[in-house]
Structure formats: C-alpha cells, structure tokens
Design a protein around this ligand. Structure first.
Ligand code: IVH
Length: 673
C-alpha cells in the first residue's frame, strides 16, 4: 500500500535527482541523463506536486520555469553591505596595490587570488539549511531588491545543496548574473525587428531581465550566474580559494579561470593571458579581480569607506582606434524613429572592419561637438555596435576640418519637420501615413512570419507600393490577380500563391494580428499578453489607461502607445477594414467546432517551450485535430513539434530517424489550413 509518506519521499527523491541532473547539465556542461528521461521525471514530479499540494516547496525544480506570483520587488537590507572594488587601469597601479598590501601586512608573506571580473549584475544569494532562501540585488549597497523568484529560474543556481557536503547552516554567496553573448544577440535581433531600443551590452540586458515582473519571461532568457565570494560564519576554509572550491563542490558555478599567485609576475601573466583569451568566453568580462587569499589577512587589512583594502579590480582597455568621420546619414524606421549613423573611413577594430558607428541621437552628436573630417575615437567595449567615444581635438588644431554636424530638422525621406516627444532622446518623423519608409515598413512588419505570415518580401512590398496598389496593410486584402498580372515579374503562379497566402492569413490567431499591427512597443510577448487579457480588439480599444497598466509587464510607455494608436481614426479605419476582410480580431474560443481530423493518423512529440501556447494547449490541439501526442521519439513519430530550449539529445534522435521537425508557426498553420 502506498502511504502519504511514500509520496512525500518520492517527491523529495525526484526533486533531488532532477537538481542533480540540472547541475550536471548547466554547471558542469556534462549531462548525465537523456532529455527524454529528464522530461519524464519532471512530468512525474509536476503531476505528484499537483496531486499533493501539501508537499509544496518553493525550491522545487518545477519552479524553474517561473511562476507568475510576483509583482514589484520588496527592498531588503543586506546583512553584510555589498561593497564595490577600487579600479585600476595599469600594471603600474596593480604593483602599487601589491606593495600597499605587503606594507600593511608588515612584510608577512601573502598570496593573491586572480579571477576574472564578470561584467553583469551582482547578486547576493542566501542559503539556509541547504535551501535557497533569498536573492537580493546590490541596490545601493545597503539595501537591494528581492528578486528571488527571478533568480530561481536560473538553471545554474542551485536551489538546494547536497545534504552531506558540509555547508554552513546559513551563508551568503555573491556572484554575477550574466546574459551569455549568444542570448544577448538573439534578444537584440528580436528587439531590432520590433524597433525597440537595443540593449547596449549584455550587462544592461542582464540587469533589465532580472528586474522584469514576470519570472516566466526571465526563465525564457537563459541567464547564467558565476559565483566569486562566500560570506558567513563557519565557512569551510581559511582562505578565499578554499571557500570558492567548496562552493564549487556544493554546486555553484565557480569559474575555472582562478589562480593563486605567489608573485607580482604571476599576476601580470594572468592579466596578459586573459586579456586576449577572454574573447573566447561565452560571457562578457571587463577585467581581473585580485583578492588577498588568507581570510585572516583580509580581516587585518579591513575596509575603507567604500572598498575592501584586500581586493582590487584591474580593468581591461576597451579596444579603440582612430579614424575619420566622412558623413552622417539618417535612417527612418517603421515607427518613424530617426537613427543617425556615422560613416567612417574603414578601420580594423577588435578583428572586424568598422565603417559605420551608431550615433544614437541628437544629444550625443551635440555633446561630441562633431565636425565632418574629424578624427574620432571608435571603441568596441562591451558594446556590439561600435561607438564614437570622443574626438581628437589636437588634430583639429593642426588641420582644418569640415562643418559642424547638426542633427537634421526634416525627414530625409519625406521632408516633414521632425518632432522630439518630451522625455525621449529620439526624433521622429510624424508623417506616419505619407512617409514611404514608414508605410512600407509597417506593411513589411505585418507580413512577417511571426505576424500574418504572408508570402512576400520587402522587394514585393516596394513594387506593390510603387505601383500604387497598397498604402496600408488593409489594402493587401483588396489586391486582385489581374492587378498583379499587369505588373512586371508576376506570373499566374506567383499571383495565385499570394492570393492563397492572404486567404490563409485570415485564420492567423488574434495575438499575431495584434502584433502585426505594429503598435509601438507591442512586440510578440506584449501582444500575446494583451490578447489573453482583453480577448478581442474592441475590449482592448476600450481599455482605459488604468486598466492597461494594471496588467503585468504593461508599463506606462506601452499603455500610452496603445491608447495613442487606437485614438487615431486612420488606425480605426484600418482595423474596421481588416475585420470585414475576415481577419481574427478575437481569441479563438475552444469549442467543439474546433474539432477536425487534419492530424488524423499522425503521431506528434512536443518538446521545449513555446511562445504562443503552452505545451498542454498544444497537446489539446493535437488531440482535438485527431492526432496522437506521445512523450518519446520513435520510428512511429511523424512530427517533432520543437520549441525553445529543446534538448540536444531529442533533436539528434529526431534527425537520425529522419523525423520532420516543425516549429509552432508551422504547426498552427497545419491545423488552420
Ligand atoms: S568581488 C568585496 N569578484 O565587480 C568584494 N566582484 O566593483 C566583492 N565582479 O560589485 C566583489 N567579477 O558585481 C568580485 N570575480 C569577481 C567579480 C566581481 C565581477 C563585480 C561585482 C562587484 C564589482 C566590483
């Protein structure tokens, strides 16, 4: 007979086992179990937890996906203040530090631990009785934000520690939360498509992500965490190095790039080695941290008002070159935002040839006091896009340069005087309905795969616009085969394809239509959120400001933009027309009517996480459409419905067996055709 105790034990055993596999995968990069088995065990645990809520535990591995319980952060006082480090920029200053320490220790021998300085956002995590209790940001050093729910989603942060590892009853571990370069690039690509402001560097992206109100979005961004400092009573070792090694044994990600140095020369060698080698790391670093190894010596050295006397940071030089500014050009985006771009004489910087640099906005141009022909310094620090950090004013004294760069006052495309909304750094062309790049940009956005998925590219949009056939997104649905055939390069086949694609787009779900409208700041995630909360376009249109900002993740900026959009009669007309053409302007109700046999006889495996629907919803959709959903891939599988974060083992198996892999859009198309 199964007793309650058995259940509790089974739940506990599963939790421990899953965390062990998480550690092997995310910290050690050495998986110990197949993705399939992992999924199965996770599924079992989820089911048991649902059935036995009395054994709930906020540190269960099932919580890693993020729950939606939090809103805003509570401020918490740090038990030990979070100090920053003094910075040095030269080996000379490192030597001064080294000698200072030696003098203060009255000639006693000492060791220095050299570590990488990770360039993210710092975090202090408290563990009690081997359990993660609280994670707090640095804040002002004395108080920080309690971001525990978000930190729980970071797979490399242990939720519970091994029982017999000898960790103290209570301790704090400090480290850096980072967004790996690959994730950073992916996120910025997504934001670029949205014309949302890009994150300048992974550090901003990491701290922005950590402060999001919805842990589910945090979970989707794949943050990582490296730990470098242990605090508390009864720490295992007498030295910093021993403590970090213990932390590594307990399951924390502690960098391998860590060296106990006996001499100044060893420190210099470490600096030189990592100054180049760091470019191969998956995360951003901006220097080296040097710490006195002995904890007793650390205590003797003590603190100044702001920094420990026993540690210092050495910052790497950002790579910088000098080149000539030739011209400033201006790009007009879909939302009318104007981006100034510096055109430069090509120069080799950090391994790539740089010809252009972003100038961001009018204020930056003004503060640099740019003149054409100036010799400018370009830098690539943590930033992806090189930036101009200064002007060589000495050069100007010896050589005449060209005229001063003034930000344009009129749109380079349509001549309309530009506006700059209060509180914003960017200038905009307000001629939304008459400025060609804005009109074409909106249509291009509407037809993209993630929006209405209409089978045309930017060149076709351009041709149709030039031919006077389309001025807004609704015009697409008035296109006729005859119109197309009269144009160059159009044949019956391509014309029919476009017609079919337009017809198909009428069953694209409401949230993608909403996204396709291109309301400023309404990206895919926000569109989905709005659709879920308001159900249809009429209710969204009628929602007052207060109702909008009460929705999670919808801030003032988004709310105002939504209101602004619906206030405009031209937009109302477009929406009215889209409705008459039959586009989905409401969430689909799941009714008996949704049943079909489109997937009859097909076996589909679902893996990963998805943007549009949950896994359970996809499972239900497969079943409603006559298909069969199974958990594991075999020869009998017809399709693998693959989302984000899908395990490599599953992918490999599917590829080996030649199983067709589809993404969620393709799946949704399959059942909407
Ligand atoms: S030790 C009291 N070690 O750099 C010593 N900090 O200004 C506490 N950082 O706020 C810091 N890598 O966010 C330490 N290996 C490392 C680090 C590191 C990055 C950050 C940390 C800190 C800042 C120092």
């Amino acid at each position: 007979m199964t007793t309650m105790n058995d259940m509790e034990n089974r739940i506990k055993a599963l939790r421990e086992e899953l965390e062990r596999h998480n550690h092997a995968y995310y910290v050690l990069n050495a998986p110990t179990i197949s993705d399939y088995e992992f999924d199965q065990k996770m599924r079992e645990l989820q089911d048991l937890e649902a059935a036995y809520p009395e054994y709930d535990d906020p540190n269960s591995p099932t919580r890693r996906v993020g729950s939606d319980l939090t809103k805003n952060f509570t401020q918490v006082a740090h038990r030990y203040p979070m100090l920053s480090l003094g910075n040095t920029y030269s080996k000379e200053e490192v030597r001064e530090f080294y000698e200072r320490v030696g003098r203060a220790l009255l000639g006693e021998p000492f060791e220095i631990v050299a570590e990488l300085k990770y360039d993210g956002t710092s975090i202090s995590v408290t563990y009690e009785e081997g359990q993660l209790r609280q994670a707090v940001t640095r804040g002002d050093g004395t108080r920080g934000d309690d971001v525990t729910a978000n930190v729980r989603t970071i797979r490399s942060v242990p939720l519970r520690l091994p029982a017999n590892a000898g960790c103290p009853e209570r301790f704090e571990v400090r480290g850096e939360i980072l967004l790996p370069w690959t994730e950073f690039d992916r996120l910025n690509k997504e934001r670029e498509a949205q014309e949302e402001p890009l994150f300048a560097n992974p550090r901003n992206a990491a701290s922005g992500t950590l402060k999001l109100q919805d842990p589910r979005i945090v979970a989707s961004r794949k943050l990582d965490a490296y730990f470098y400092y242990l605090l508390g009573e009864n720490l295992p070792g007498e030295t910093h190095y021993e403590n970090l090694c213990a932390a590594r044994r307990w399951g924390f990600k502690v960098s391998e790039a860590m060296k106990v140095c006996q001499t100044l020369q060893e420190i210099y060698d470490f600096i030189d080695y990592w100054d180049t080698e760091r470019k191969n790391l998956p995360v951003a670093t901006d220097g080296i941290v040097l710490k006195v190894n002995s904890l007793r010596q650390q205590r003797n050295l003590g603190y100044t008002a702001k920094n420990p006397r026993w540690a210092i940071a050495y910052k790497f030089q950002a790579e910088r070159e000098v080149t000539t500014l030739r011209e400033v050009s201006y790009q007009v985006g879909r939302t009318g935002a104007i981006t100034p771009v510096a055109n430069l004489d090509p120069v080799l910087l950090a391994g790539t040839i740089v010809k252009r640099a972003s100038l961001h906005n009018a204020d930056i141009i003004e503060s640099l006091d740019l003149h054409l022909g100036d010799h400018v310094f370009v830098e690539k620090g943590g930033e992806i896009i090189p930036k101009i950090v200064g002007v060589d004013t000495d050069y100007r004294e010896t050589r005449a340069v060209g005229e001063k760069v003034h930000f344009i006052t009129r749109c380079p495309e349509c001549g309309t005087p530009l506006v700059r909304p209060e509180g914003e750094a960017a200038h905009y062309c307000p001629n939304e309905t008459g400025c060609p790049p804005q009109i074409k940009g909106r249509i291009e956005h509407f037809v993209t795969r993630k929006a209405l998925n209409i089978n045309i590219g930017p060149e076709t949009v351009e041709d149709l616009y030039e031919a006077g056939l389309i001025h807004d997104v609704a015009d697409l649905y008035t296109l006729k085969i005859e119109d197309l055939l009269r144009m160059e390069r159009w044949a019956m086949k391509s014309a029919r394809n476009l017609m079919k694609s337009l017809e198909d787009s009428k069953s694209v779900p409401f949230e993608r239509v909403l996204y396709g409208l291109g309301i400023r700041y309404v990206g895919e995630t926000v569109a989905k959120r709005l659709a879920t909360v308001f159900h249809d376009i009429d209710q969204l249109q009628a929602a007052p400001y207060e109702t909008l900002v009460a929705v999670d993740e919808i801030g003032e900026r988004i709310a105002l933009s939504v209101i602004e959009y619906f206030k405009d009669e031209r937009n109302q007309t477009i929406i009215g027309r889209l409705k008459t053409y039959g586009l989905q302007m409401a969430l689909a109700e799941t009714t008996e009517g949704d049943q079909s046999d489109k997937l009859k006889g097909l076996t589909i495996v679902i893996s990963g996480t998805f943007a549009h629907h949950s896994r359970d919803e996809y499972k239900a959709m497969i079943e409603r459409n006559g298909g069969k959903n199974t958990g594991s891939i075999s020869k009998k599988t017809d399709y693998l419905l693959a989302g984000e974060n899908m395990g490599p083992a599953k992918l490999e198996k599917a590829t080996t067996l030649g199983i067709k892999i589809i993404n969620e859009e393709e799946f949704l198309n399959m059942i909407s055709e």
